[in-house]
Design a protein around this ligand. Sequence first.
Ligand SMILES: Cc1cc2nc3c(=O)[nH]c(=O)nc-3n(C[C@H](O)[C@H](O)[C@H](O)COP(=O)(O)OP(=O)(O)OC[C@H]3O[C@@H](n4cnc5c(N)ncnc54)[C@H](O)[C@@H]3O)c2cc1C
Length: 440
Amino acid sequence: MRKILIVGGGYAGFYTAKKLQKHLARGEAQVTVVDPLPYMTYQPFLPEVAAGSIEPRHAVVSHRRHLKKTTVITASVSKIDHAAKKVTVTPAVGDPWDVDYDTIVVTAGAITRTFPIPGLADEAIGLKNIEEAIAIRDRIADCFAKASNLPAGPERDRLLTFVVVGGGFAGIELFGELRSYASALLRHYKNLTIDDTHFHLVEAMGRIMPEVSLKTSHWVLKNLAQRAATVHLDTQLASAVNGKIELSTGESFESDTIMWTAGVMANPVMRNTDLPAEERGRLRVGADLRVISDAGVVPDAWGAGDVAAVPDLVPNQGVGGFTVPNAQHAVRQGKLLAKNLVADIRGEKPREYRHKNLGAVAGIGLYIGVFQSGPIALKGFLAWLAHRGYHGFAMPMWERKARVFGNWIINFLFRRDLVGIPARDTPRAAFETWAVRPKV
Ligand SMILES: Cc1cc2nc3c(=O)[nH]c(=O)nc-3n(C[C@H](O)[C@H](O)[C@H](O)COP(=O)(O)OP(=O)(O)OC[C@H]3O[C@@H](n4cnc5c(N)ncnc54)[C@H](O)[C@@H]3O)c2cc1C
């Protein structure tokens, strides 16, 4: 049986495996997914998870539960040796081992891209995985609880100052959702008001959300300003040492919660492979998702999603001629990749990837959203409904959709759950403090 190995079970990898399960005939191929995480993450929900509007486990999809005909290995691929047709798999515990394959599919996604800004690596947190979203949710709840015990002053200001760097889609959604979360928390802190909280978004360019029209982005800026959230355009983060934020404009303030959402880059596994990469480190693929080099198609190698530079065949779309890194593309590429792989196994011709962007929809707080498709724009409540409707149904698996919608209905009836669990990082602390030890 042909051995197909998928590196990464996120959007593109999960859908490739799911569709291969459907399209492959019995005995035609054996599919293995390798991913350090036991689940795929529905990343567009991360801002709402951080804001307490979605329970974290509802925003991820278990590989083992939903890829029943696929072999799942929960570990990282640390090296891809395509010449020898083997990958090195490195588990969290135990020694690495090699896995042979006949066909490889690289869908390892992207990681947060950072710059060498003093203090950034030590102080900030990204928003690319569910653990980061949970940590932000708990941190903010904890900051409010601590701040309420303090008199007005620099210490309290630092706790109630929240900074997001990066005004793209993810950054603005996070910023808007957290502003809404903070307002919900304020209802429970009678000694704090909105004026005591400070929200700063730092964006290097002169505008936010390049995916929507300038007019729509201006509406978002106005909306955020009305909600006491400051956006610094044409501004860069210069330093974050010990939580002291210094901006390129000379402005400075302190914060315990610095969130970085300023772009992504191809997964570093691409630095440890003989598969061809383009200048930005992404896997080189053709429009049919087969890996290509200068010499033409590389046999038995495929790629899709954020890790790959997929040519965008739709005129005037994409960046630099390639599809932009988003879920809309990753899902569709994963589905097509599965079909093309089956076609290839059966000696048929693979199809080229072509998808006209459907537009963009974002939630920027409870009951507030924006939607843009070509010249058509929706703002406010209707756009927010479109955002929830689209993403609720786009969440893979009915079981997961039901949990998300169920959670939203419960939140509508009883409001979002504002309980913070700050001791989550030190779960043994209470036990360890009081545990009786043998006498020495
Ligand atoms: C906060 C946020 C909001 C977003 N909102 C939207 C939105 O509203 N609309 C939209 O279209 N897009 C959105 N996106 C972008 C979208 O989520 C990504 O483009 C999409 O997840 C890319 O899919 P992928 O399969 O390429 O990568 P991923 O979904 O990131 O999957 C990559 C997988 O590879 C695994 N992996 C990593 N390293 C290894 C390794 N060494 N070995 C094996 N496996 C590995 C990872 O654990 C992961 O499971 C958002 C992203 C973020 C972060």
